[in-house]
Design a protein around this ligand. Structure first.
Ligand code: HEM
Length: 514
């Protein structure tokens, strides 16, 4: 039947019989006669609302996207009535209060964001809604890795390159159809990229989607200067999406205690190669990587080598509590021959290579955690507004409003702190950042992941049983609850970061007793 037809409410009532089941949701008429067997909630519930207005029942049980997915069940509209429910379009800002950071909320101003940041935000939101979210949701369930098609699309749009943060690698590139000039790309653009990307709400896929490149390729950009040919080749291959790269530091023996790594690299007698032996664990993207930026023990300390997949390199997927789409890996290096030219930075001084990226990595994780917290809060606000229990909306219960107040406050306070730190990053040269921002960024990430823990907990209480199922209304909450711990551990556990933050602060403590 054509979707343009109009019905009166009386007509919809009369059209129902054993073979035909029609009902109304938000002034639209749905014919579910051929969908009865396929409906995941069963046939009986649909027959119970045959001929009636099922809007309240529908929204009490389903996410809005269900209607978009099954739009072909619509056969018409009710005469003289207009649908009132908003169907978001790619790129739209959410109309839910606090669903967007204040700088994106109409009527609010911010000193930090220019037109260029706003342009990039719009372009990246469209890109995420159109290309990343649909694949993320699918792959999160199937456990497959990111498709080559998406990687190449991100490469062409400059998304892969922008995720590395500001720098020369962006100069002269066409970034999201001219949304931003490479030369003006700063840490607020970087923040926008991080925060928009996580709206796909699929934590495992998010790491699988080239997170290894974000932390691994940095070492090639910054520490491969002695071998420009290698630097050019690897950078081009990774930015074009032809090859994949990851950072391989942690080991089962040492976790992230890099001083105790057991993977060894011993020079051959002719001095031309290292022979690498050992294992690596928890390596994001390792299973599908071609290059491994690897922490090794050399004769007098720690070094970092670029190892290519080849003889003696084996990778095995590790099962984790998020999706296999992340590509979390156990790696074995068995007598792997690596040319000495593949040394990144200086021999025995690999700690500088590893530490150089920590602040940016932790800051990126704070951006992502804080944005995910907001997404969860938005879901809770929407649910509390639409869910009716004991004849009242959830939002009409003071206890629910208290929980939402706490969640909103945590989102707003952490976003404000993040923006203040980002402003410092924009205005301090690298050496100053290293001196002054290591502590604040560590404390910010620690505090954000603690807040995420509170938000995860409250969101489950608001959603109830739905927060525990992977499909349906509570799917975003379920995913967040299963995965928020990753950020509390990766890139430095909360305890380590808290300790670092205070130790860094004490360096600036006056010697005198105050
Ligand atoms: C166009 C109309 C409808 C479509 C396309 C539809 C589709 C779906 C889908 C895809 C699910 C799986 C869970 C999810 O993804 O949310 C579901 C579950 C369900 N549906 Fe529907 N549905 C429709 C209307 C209704 C109506 C009007 C009712 C009740 C009067 C209903 C009752 C249920 C129930 C009880 C479940 C199981 C919910 C749960 O497990 O929490 N559905 N429906």
């Amino acid at each position: 039947m054509a979707a343009q037809k109009t019905f009166t409410r009386e007509e919809v009532k009369k059209l129902n019989n054993e073979d035909n089941v029609l009902f109304i949701v938000d002034a639209k008429v749905y014919d579910v006669s051929d969908f009865l067997d396929a409906h995941p909630g069963g046939e009986a519930v649909l027959r119970q609302v045959a001929g009636k207005d099922a809007t309240v029942d529908f929204y009490n049980l389903h996410r809005h996207e269900v209607l978009t997915k099954y739009a072909d069940l619509v056969v018409g509209t009710i005469e003289g009535e207009k649908p009132s429910i908003i169907t978001p379009q790619p790129g739209d800002l959410s109309p839910v209060p606090y669903a967007e950071p204040l700088w994106l909320t109409p009527a609010f101003k911010s000193p930090f964001y220019s037109e260029s940041h706003r342009k990039l935000q719009k372009a990246m939101r469209v890109f995420t809604d159109k290309y990343i979210t649909p694949e993320a949701q699918e792959k999160e369930k199937s456990g497959e890795w990111v498709s080559q098609e998406l990687v190449e699309r991100m490469s062409k749009a400059g998304v892969l390159q922008m995720r590395m943060g500001p720098g020369k690698h962006l100069h002269g590139l066409n970034l999201l159809d001219g949304a931003v000039e490479g030369k003006e790309f700063d840490y607020f653009h970087d923040l926008v990229m991080s925060q928009e990307g996580v709206r796909a709400a699929a934590r495992g896929f998010q790491d699988g989607n080239m997170a290894g490149m974000v932390i691994g390729l940095t070492c090639i950009l910054n520490f491969c200067g002695k071998n420009p040919e290698l630097q050019k080749r690897v950078t081009e291959e990774c930015f074009s999406g032809k090859k994949k790269i990851c950072l391989a530091i942690t080991e089962a023996f040492a976790g992230s205690d890099v001083a105790n790594l057991r993977t060894t690299a011993v020079k051959t007698p002719d001095g031309k190669h290292y022979i690498v032996n050992g294992t690596k664990k928890w390596i994001t993207n390792g299973v599908f990587s071609d290059y491994f930026v690897t922490g090794v023990k050399t004769d007098k300390g720690l070094s970092v080598l670029l190892i290519e997949r080849g003889e003696g390199v084996e990778t095995k997927a590790i099962k984790t509590s998020y999706s296999p789409a992340a590509g979390t890996t156990f790696i074995t290096f068995d007598n792997v021959k690596v040319p000495v030219e593949n040394l990144l930075g200086e021999e025995n001084k690999g700690i500088y290579v590893i530490l150089s990226n920590f602040n940016h990595e932790r800051w990126t994780m704070a951006c992502a955690t804080i944005r995910s917290m907001r997404l969860v809060t938005e879901e809770c606000l929407k649910w509390a507004h639409q869910r009716i229990v004991f004849r009242k909306r959830l939002i009409d219960q003071p206890v629910i409003r208290q929980k939402l107040a706490k969640m909103i406050a945590l989102c707003e306070s952490h976003q404000a702190w993040l923006e203040t730190v980002t402003y410092q990053m924009n205005n301090m040269p690298y050496a100053q950042q290293a001196k002054y921002l290591g502590g604040p960024i560590a404390l910010l990430k620690m505090s954000a992941t603690r807040a995420a823990h509170e938000i995860a907990d409250e969101s489950v209480q608001i959603f109830g049983g739905r927060a525990l199922t992977q499909s349906g209304m509570g799917s975003v909450i379920e995913n967040f609850n299963r995965t928020y711990k990753f950020d509390a551990i990766l890139g430095g556990a909360e305890e380590v970061l808290g300790d670092l933050g205070v130790r860094q602060a004490m360096k600036f403590m006056p010697k005198a007793v105050l």
